[in-house]
Design a protein around this ligand. Structure first.
Ligand code: AMP
Ligand code: MG
Length: 425
């Protein structure tokens, strides 16, 4: 595939590229095409670290101090200068000083120093013996084994050294990172701004919650699945409701969405028959590719741009919406957000607990429920109902069984790839 091809090139002359077939597009190819047109945001903002969980580091964090910034005791015990001990035990030392973390020295360093965890090791002392390893009698400690040099001393800089890069550009901030930043005294951090995603459902039969359902109508479930998915991806969302299959209203809503968002997602209206209709609207206000992806569920998919805004037209069947979101939109959102590398969806091998049916020729994402046995082996049961309208199967599942294009029916006990939901569903 040519990497530098533009979206308009591709739309105007798709024959210029090898293997580009909008009527049989593989998941991998479609993803690669979309990746060509995604550019991470370069807009940054400074926020307090307490608000920084899951945000993306926009400038590397370099340590300006050592952590810890002083040698300190790793134990509650007694610090000493080993050079003053005789060659053989038992050893006896008078306790002549006391040092608690964050407090000044009491007494002197002539004998053993009673020291608590985290207290600075005074100059000249070179080992700490834990309190459990000594006998204390009338202010004198006795122990049998000579401690090793530097035993139980945490060295300055052993956690972080001045000048060390502790968080790279593009990292998604984890709870431990917040602690790490705090340990360096850093209270605010530059992150990329959140990606903005607008979405709406389409369909004359789709009804918003709170209204009675007439014959032939269904409640809008996709918008709520999307709300959940987008919340997990931690983006800013614009919920534009349900839009009837009306060219003018869809056009106006798309324009409005593309003005406010980086990505607009619609569900419904991209399948054969309906696609021409969406095609007309999108051609008029943007650039658009319609693909029949060789995958089940989730065959129709539209990707394009309306101005600077990326457009994803997902199929309306509730399971197809979720599968295409996971396979295509997730990666796009993470790429735009500046996260590098974009984490791959975890795929592991699992043993089939029952047979499953599959016709070669397209990738299938069957819903499965996996468990791990006591030996650590992953085992997966294909769910009974695999229809793309059966949202219950998504709720009962905890993974996709990923069946590659050429795979046919599989028997019990065969090994398959499972794609974990990875805390997105
Ligand atoms: P479409 O992709 O518009 O052809 O829709 C395919 C199927 O999904 C139809 O049965 C629709 O009624 C259903 N559907 C479309 N959008 C939604 C939605 N937002 N919520 C629930 N079902 C939907
Ligand atoms: Mg429809």
């Amino acid at each position: 595939m040519k990497k530098d091809i533009s979206l308009s090139d591709l739309i105007s002359d798709s024959g210029m590229t090898n293997g580009y077939d909008p009527n049989a597009m593989s998941v991998v190819k479609a993803k690669a095409w979309i990746a060509n047109f995604l550019k991470p945001t370069d807009q940054k903002e400074t926020i307090h670290i307490k608000d920084a969980l899951n945000r993306i580091v926009a400038e590397p964090i370099i340590a300006t101090m050592n952590v810890p910034n002083h040698d300190n005791s790793a134990m509650d015990g007694y610090a000493m200068n080993l050079d003053l001990l005789p060659d053989h035990g038992p050893f006896k030392l008078k306790v002549t000083g006391k040092l608690f973390a964050g407090n000044p020295l009491e007494g002197n360093l002539e004998g053993a120093l009673r020291i608590m965890t985290g207290a600075t090791i005074p100059y000249g002392l070179n080992a700490v013996i834990p309190q459990e390893h000594v006998e204390l009698n009338e202010g004198v400690i006795t122990f049998q084994t000579k401690p090793q040099a530097n035993q139980n001393i945490r060295r300055a800089g052993e956690d972080i050294k001045t000048g060390q890069t502790i968080l790279k550009n593009g990292r998604s901030i984890e709870p431990c990172d917040l602690g790490l930043l705090a340990s360096l005294g850093i209270d605010s951090i530059k992150v990329y701004r959140k990606i903005k995603v607008a979405f709406f459902s389409t369909g004359d039969e789709i009804i918003s919650l709170g209204n009675p359902l007439l014959p032939g109508q269904v409640y809008d479930s996709n918008r709520y699945s999307l709300i959940g998915l987008l919340k997990r991806l931690d983006v800013e969302t614009f919920d534009l409701g349900v839009i009837p299959d009306d060219k003018k209203i869809i056009e106006d809503t798309l324009k409005k969405a593309s003005d406010i968002a980086d990505i607009v997602i619609t569900t419904g209206g991209v399948s054969v028959g309906e696609a021409d209709y969406m095609k007309d609207i999108l051609k008029k206000i943007g650039e658009i590719l319609f693909w029949k992806i060789s995958m089940k569920p989730g065959k129709p998919l539209a990707y394009g741009k309306i101005g600077k805004c990326h457009y994803f037209g997902l199929p309306g069947n509730p399971v197809s919406t979720m599968v295409t979101f996971y396979q295509f939109v997730r990666e796009a959102v993470l790429t735009l957000s500046g996260q590098t590398p974009v984490p791959k969806i975890p795929i592991i091998k699992a043993k089939l607990l029952g047979p499953l049916k599959k016709i070669p020729g397209r990738t299938e994402f069957q819903r499965g429920a996996y468990e791990q046995d006591d030996q650590g082996t992953f085992k997966v049961s294909p769910l009974k109902d695999q229809g793309s309208g059966i949202l219950r199967s998504m709720s009962e599942a905890n993974c996709f069984i990923l069946l590659h294009e050429d795979t046919a029916h599989l028997e019990k006990d065969m090994w398959v790839d499972i794609q974990l939901f990875d805390n997105l569903f």
